[in-house]
Design a protein around this ligand. Structure first.
Ligand code: COA
Ligand code: MG
Length: 294
């Protein structure tokens, strides 16, 4: 379960086999880095990618960016070796692909415990298989189990399209039930959730629309494939100045002595309840955390 509020607006994937990308990541304005050993790395390059990622993390230089290693699934020829290397490298989190059930995460968590991995090393789960869509509630519930150390869902929409044969058409109508089910499962488990990637990274308009859609759905951020997606992604997932001001107005209003005993009040001609003040507190906390990042 995510203990502290941490901005996760952007999570940029990069193949572990691409040394230039691992270096460039140190200069980018990005919240999370997803250093990939899985789908973005060809079988022949798996060993190189593993070594490069381990060396890059050991060398440091990623500042306050959250560093996450995506390993191969444990039932592949690389999974176990990846997991051992990831535990040694000790990033902020290990992203487990092709999670089908809570048991898949429990298995990885058990191996972390056996290796005495520090509690600060967290797990993230790719939600990208038909089974995961059907088991989303149980997988999300791992967020409430400290043994599993689950902090975040990552929607794997390309794999989901492949496995289900649903199309990733503009607006993603076919994907919406699964995306929203996973949002509900993440919230029920008290964890964060990041939207899937937008493959056409040259299509600025389409990307902005999909970011806005993800923000409307309640996603905490979006996974990205190219640095040029960073700025528009942050625009969509950062609280706007107007939202921050509104959040402050509501909280100030409830603090007035005359409103002390009230559950619902009027602010600028709108009914607001204490739940809106709670929502506002979260907006302010996220905005403060973003500002603190500089
Ligand atoms: N992470 C870090 N840096 C990246 C990057 C990434 N994902 N994608 C591109 N860059 C860098 C390039 O190294 C280049 O930097 P430089 O000019 O300072 O050397 C700059 O951004 C421009 O790159 P560009 O030439 O436009 O793209 P490309 O042809 O080098 O790469 C992709 C295009 C799609 C192959 C590449 O963006 C990529 O590998 N993305 C991630 C894919 C991935 O991890 N998928 C798995 C999950 S879906
Ligand atoms: Mg995949």
């Amino acid at each position: 379960m995510t203990a502290t509020i941490r901005p996760r607006r952007s999570a940029l994937y990069m193949p572990g086999s691409n040394a230039r990308a691992l270096e460039k990541a140190k200069t980018l304005d990005v919240d999370c880095l997803l250093l990939d050993l899985e789908d973005a790395v060809a079988p022949d390059a798996k060993d190189l990618a593993r070594t490069q990622i381990s060396e890059a993390i050991a060398a440091g230089g990623y500042g306050d960016r959250e560093v996450v290693i995506r390993i191969n699934a444990l039932d592949t020829p690389w999974g176990e070796t990846d997991l051992q290397a990831a535990i040694q490298a000790c990033p902020d989190a290990i992203l487990v692909p092709k999670v089908n059930s809570a048991a898949d995460l429990q298995r990885v968590a058990h191996m972390l415990s056996l290796q005495k991995a520090p509690a600060a090393l967290r797990l993230w789960a790719m939600m990208e298989t038909p089974e995961a869509m059907l088991n989303a509630g149980a997988i999300g519930a791992c967020g409430r189990d400290p043994e599993v150390r689950l902090d975040c869902f990552v929607m794997g929409t390309n794999d989901l399209a492949k496995e289900t044969r649903a199309r990733l058409s503009p607006g993603r109508a076919a994907m919406m039930p699964w995306l929203m089910t996973c949002v509900a499962a993440a919230r029920a488990g008290g964890i964060d959730i990041l939207d899937g990637v937008y493959n056409a990274f040259q299509d600025e308009e389409g990307f902005a629309a999909e970011c806005a859609q993800g923000a409307d759905m309640g996603m905490d951020g979006k996974t990205l494939i190219h640095p040029k997606q960073l700025a528009p992604c942050h625009d969509a997932f950062s609280p706007s100045e107007a939202e921050i001001q509104w959040a402050r107005r509501i909280n100030d209003a409830f603090e007035l002595p005359e409103n002390a005993g009230k559950g619902a009040i009027q602010v600028d001609g709108k009914m607001v309840e204490r739940l809106h003040a709670e929502m506002g507190k979260r907006v302010i906390a996220i905005a403060d955390a973003i500002a603190a990042r500089g």
